[in-house]
Ligand binder design. Sequence first.
Ligand SMILES: [Zn+2]
Length: 321
Amino acid sequence: MNEIFVGVDLGATYIKTGCFDSNLKLLAKTSAPTQAEKDANVIIDNIAATIEQCITNAGLSITDVSAIGLGCPGPAKYKDGIIEAAPNLPTLNNVPIRQMLSGRLAGKTIVFENDANVACLGEFTTGAGKGINDMAFFTLGTGIGSGIIINGKLLTGPTGNSAELGHTIIYPNGRLCTCGQRGCAEAYASAANTAKRAVEAVTAGEKSSLKKTFDDNGEITCKDVFDHSKAGDELAKRITDETAEFLAILCVNVLHTAEPKRIVFAGGMIAAGDILLNRIKYFFDEHIWNLKAESVEICFAALGEDAGIIGAAALAKAKLK
Ligand SMILES: [Zn+2]
């Protein structure tokens, strides 16, 4: 009998769901608003309804499903199926989400994992990581999520909270991070903090074409920084280079930690294209120990937004094996 796996990517804005066959071929996908401001029961009902809709769209029923994978923001008690402190899903914190969801879905097995780890597994399984055994992954958005695959397996650590490379410190006593530490890579090089550094420079009086953007829109986005960088603005080029250098340092550090054959960047920020990727590679070559320079390939992700649902389904499949 063909096994069916469901992958769920739970974000603060949308719940995305995919229904897959045993070869992880996508049969149907759905998405619905999370309604993060509502209480936990409403959100869990929304997740269950989205999953059921997806299964129906594939012409199947819940009894056909072998297992469900769920990617959630952390920190969490992954083995217990409980989110602990996700800032954008406050009502779900400390709620037994896996158990409650399973109760709404005929007691199906639900595997619970960090959202960045799940996206990493998705890229590893059918995207930019195909054909290798060892990979590191960074997703660049409001924060920096990350994952590490060693010898074909996701590195999770004893509580499932390992590979939080965005919170590795690159400047002692540097910028304050949302996690409470100072000098985290995320506090400099996420999309949100790249934009924030541009705002700080412009409001401090530095000359830049971004000043007009800020005056007109009341904000500067990360995309604005890269667009102005491409157009030759000196400040935007400097901020792009600083972000690329911070990301290159993360690459050097993860290479020395886990020996990935490929380092994959994902998230909205990679829409910048070569202006970002080529500079990351440039600064990587500047900083890396010469002996190791040729041993890793740095590239962008291949799956886009589907990485989360594919990875979650891959996780469900792996759990069943
Ligand atoms: Zn941090």
